[in-house]
Write a protein that binds this ligand. Structure first.
Ligand SMILES: [Zn+2]
Length: 230
């Protein structure tokens, strides 16, 4: 490794993205979804932490599970857990195609709790970032629903809006994925073995909250811009 001082220089922060600090335990107090992003920087080359908090008796439907594929690595740190097979302090980089969910040994145990952080670095500008979400049949592993998407440039979609930072697209796409599954019993019926699946417990994951709040808060931004630009 070179000790050349020029090679060791770290560039100053991007003036459009000033440094921010957050404590995961504090951020989790107001987390309304899994993968809550404590910082608004989620676009290209950003190092994006997502906080997930699960707790309590998860009900008859449990937390459910699905398959996630991501073209960038995800680092997973379990800050604390009780009742989960994922132990406190577990740090790992999983495969880019991985199972998500079913963390607790007894999903009806009211003492269940788990706080974790998933960190991923977004692709560089011009490098395709691709994700996939899949539900499989619980009986025969047939693919029930498969959503694949490229991470889009929301700054271009939204246009030049003062102070705007893009949402975490994974969450908006997860909402669409879960909604399509829950809205149709045909989608939840396995085409191979005929097994009819219960609805996915969206409330455990919070994707609907994120989608609703994103839409409403951007609507409010537009109303403010309209009211102040006459
Ligand atoms: Zn099946």
């Amino acid at each position: 490794m070179s000790t050349d001082s020029k090679q060791l220089t770290i560039a100053p922060p991007d003036p459009d993205r000033p440094p921010l600090a957050s404590n995961a335990f504090h951020a989790a107090r107001t987390a309304n979804t899994t993968l809550t992003t404590p910082f608004p920087y989620v676009t290209e080359e950003c190092l994006v932490p997502g906080i997930a908090l699960f707790q309590g008796d998860l009900g008859d439907a449990g937390m459910g599970h699905f398959h996630h594929t991501n073209s960038v690595d995800e680092t997973f740190l379990c800050l604390a857990s009780k009742g989960s097979a994922v132990r406190t302090g577990t740090l790992m980089v999983g495969p880019r195609s991985h199972h998500v969910g079913s963390f607790f040994e007894n999903e009806r145990d009211p003492e269940n709790v788990m706080l974790m952080i998933v960190v991923q670095r977004q692709s560089a500008k011009g490098v395709r970032q691709h994700e996939g979400l899949t539900f499989h049949c619980h009986k025969c592993q047939n693919v029930m629903l498969d959503h694949e998407f490229d991470v889009e440039n929301y700054n271009e979609i939204r246009g030049p809006v003062p102070g705007y930072f893009a949402p975490l697209e994974t969450l908006l796409k997860s909402f669409e994925f879960g909604k399509e599954y829950n809205d149709s019993v045909d989608v939840r019926t396995c085409s191979k073995c005929g097994h009819v699946h219960d609805k996915f417990p969206m409330h455990v994951w919070g994707w609907t909250n994120y989608h609703t709040n994103y839409e409403a808060s951007e609507h409010c931004r537009d109303l403010l811009i309209e009211a102040t630009s006459a």
